[in-house]
Ligand binder design. Structure first.
Ligand code: HEM
Length: 517
């Protein structure tokens, strides 16, 4: 029935075009002939393929024809991919009754989107979707030689092992507790200073500065100069802007020609600056010991430099990996904490309950990492915020099918980009009771793991490419949240807006401005 209607539609459209061009050109040759041949061909491939233009060469089994959206000619569904892409895609999947798998085109890129835990598990946890789709800006910024975008071969496995052992292991996280704690104290002072000087606190700036300080300390050690730190801040923020920008080349083979904003050029310039700065930091670190094999510090760079020959990385690969850690570790913790504090100033009863728990279990001394497992309500608050505001609503960077595969009964060819709409899953009323309500208690009533085993709530992804920094990220969020609540009572200084803006991560569109007592 659907195909029938479409066929009639494009025959009528062709006839209309033929008529229009005949009238407009007053000479019937050659435009009408050309149009009447090309148009049906184009429309045929665009209109009757589920998912639109990018799927034109894929033949689906008649028993398992997927549901898809055709989108705009050539662009496909690209116009949906703005700052609220997760919401628009969720609405689309629902309206097409395609929560399990929705087919669409982003330019010439075939894409499937899962908004259901079952298909999300198949995509994230199987081996078929173990690569990332090409992102030109990520490649120019060297991330293809780092964990996030390296193809899933031996090199990527080696990097993950190094990071798991020397950056994110429980021992390393425990060793770095002193640093995180010290940064927390500095943030408290800054909060107090802002209150005294301005009468209000712009929390985002304080948290971003703290996150950067903390990640720089664990990656490079504490020797970095103020100037170098400032340059790193600027580099990370430019990298965020560039990588979050729309890039034609990611979706069309010759899209690079349309780089009107010069994103490609700016990425190359930034990569040169990153290489120069981190290259110098590596050289300086090496020269502090002379032999280059005598590092006894705990920072990640010292560990990388002291690896045995067979495990060691070239300098340019080490630069890519160190840059990735700084880049990834800076913003997301600050973003989560800003969402949490926004919710807590809007719900003073929940804030009071969290403070009461802290009082009861920890008392007046500063909270430590070992207290966190006992702070069940505090953990429930973090979970509830990650459910309502997952920092990667489409799980940051998508996955790429490395071979043909079936997801459920639907065929997905190699080269397809797969996205999981975690935001749609965490807001689905058939999965979560009262999904729009902020109710941390739900996680006291039911134990739900955040770490990737339960696809109803997997803000860190799942499977072989699950976020390797999740334990460090959570330890930091819990510790700093507990300290912020222990020290101050938080109230809004201006109306709090919960509107979202999806760039690389999903931020609060309007920064939170509070007062403390
Ligand atoms: C605390 C909040 C964080 C959140 C919500 C988060 C979220 C994510 C998500 C959704 C992915 C993609 C997972 C997938 O494809 O299945 C990811 C990957 C990654 N994350 Fe995180 N992340 C966080 C913190 C961190 C930190 C602190 C670091 C490092 C310092 C980090 C480093 C990485 C890396 C290197 C990858 C790529 C993994 C791969 O492709 O093998 N993340 N993260």
């Amino acid at each position: 029935m659907r195909t029938h209607t479409i066929t009639i539609f494009f025959i009528l459209l062709t006839a209309l075009c033929l008529l229009a061009t005949t009238i407009l050109t007053s000479s019937p040759w050659p435009w009408p002939l050309l149009l009447s041949t090309l148009l049906p061909l184009l429309l045929n491939t665009w209109l009757i393929t589920p998912g639109g233009f990018a799927w034109r060469n894929v033949h689906f089994n008649s028993h398992a024809v997927p549901k898809g959206v055709i989108g705009w000619p050539l662009l496909g569904s690209l116009p949906l991919m703005g700052s609220l892409a997760h919401r628009k895609l969720a609405r689309l999947s629902k309206s097409c009754d395609a929560d399990h798998l929705l087919y669409l085109s982003l330019g010439t890129q075939p894409v499937v989107i899962s908004s259901h835990p079952d298909t999300a598990r198949q995509i994230l946890s199987g081996s078929a979707f173990s690569d990332r789709p090409t992102k030109i800006s990520a490649r120019s910024l060297m991330f293809e030689r780092a964990i996030g975008f390296a193809p899933s071969g031996q090199y990527w496995r080696h990097l993950r092992r190094l990071a798991a052992t020397h950056m994110f292991s429980p021992r390393r996280i425990a060793v770095m507790e002193g640093l995180r704690s010290c940064v927390a104290d500095k943030m408290m002072e800054e909060v107090m200073m802002e209150m005294e000087v301005e009468g209000m606190v712009r929390l985002r700036g304080v948290l971003q500065k703290g996150s950067l300080e903390s990640i720089i300390g664990s990656v490079f050690g504490s020797e970095l100069s103020r100037e170098d730190k400032q340059v790193l801040v600027e580099m990370v923020s430019e990298g965020y802007e560039l990588i979050g920008r729309f890039n034609w080349e990611d979706h069309f083979p010759l899209g690079g020609l349309l780089d009107f904003h010069g994103v490609g050029k700016r990425c190359k310039v930034l990569a040169l600056k990153v290489k120069a700065l981190i290259g110098r930091i590596i050289d300086e670190k090496r020269s502090t010991t002379g032999t280059g094999h005598d590092f006894n510090k705990d920072d990640f760079l010292s560990v990388l430099l002291s690896l045995p020959q067979e495990d060691s990385l070239t300098d340019s690969d080490a630069i890519a990996v160190l840059w990735e850690m700084i880049f990834r570790g800076t913003d997301v913790v600050a973003i989560i904490l800003e969402w949490i504090m926004a919710r807590l100033v809007l719900h003073p009863d929940i804030q009071a309950q969290a403070k009461q728990e802290l009082n009861l279990i920890v008392g007046a001394r500063p909270v430590k990492d070992i207290d966190i497992p006992k702070l069940r309500y505090l953990q429930a608050i973090v979970k509830e915020v990650l459910r309502l505001h997952p920092p990667g609503p489409l799980l940051s960077w998508a996955r790429l099918a490395v071979h043909d595969v079936h997801v459920g009964k639907f065929f997905v060819p190699a080269g397809t980009t797969a996205m999981v709409n975690m935001w749609a899953i965490t807001h689905n009323e058939s999965i979560w009771k009262d999904p729009w309500a902020f109710r941390p208690e739900r996680f006291l009533e039911e134990e739900v793991s955040l770490l990737g085993s339960d696809l109803r709530l997997a803000p860190f992804g799942s499977g072989r490419r699950v976020c390797p920094g999740r334990a460090l990220g959570l330890a930091t969020v819990h510790l700093w949240l507990a300290r912020l609540l222990q020290r101050y009572h938080w109230v809004p200084a201006q109306p709090v807006h919960l509107s979202e803006c999806l760039r690389l991560s999903m931020e609060m569109k309007k920064p939170l401005i509070c007062q403390v007592r």
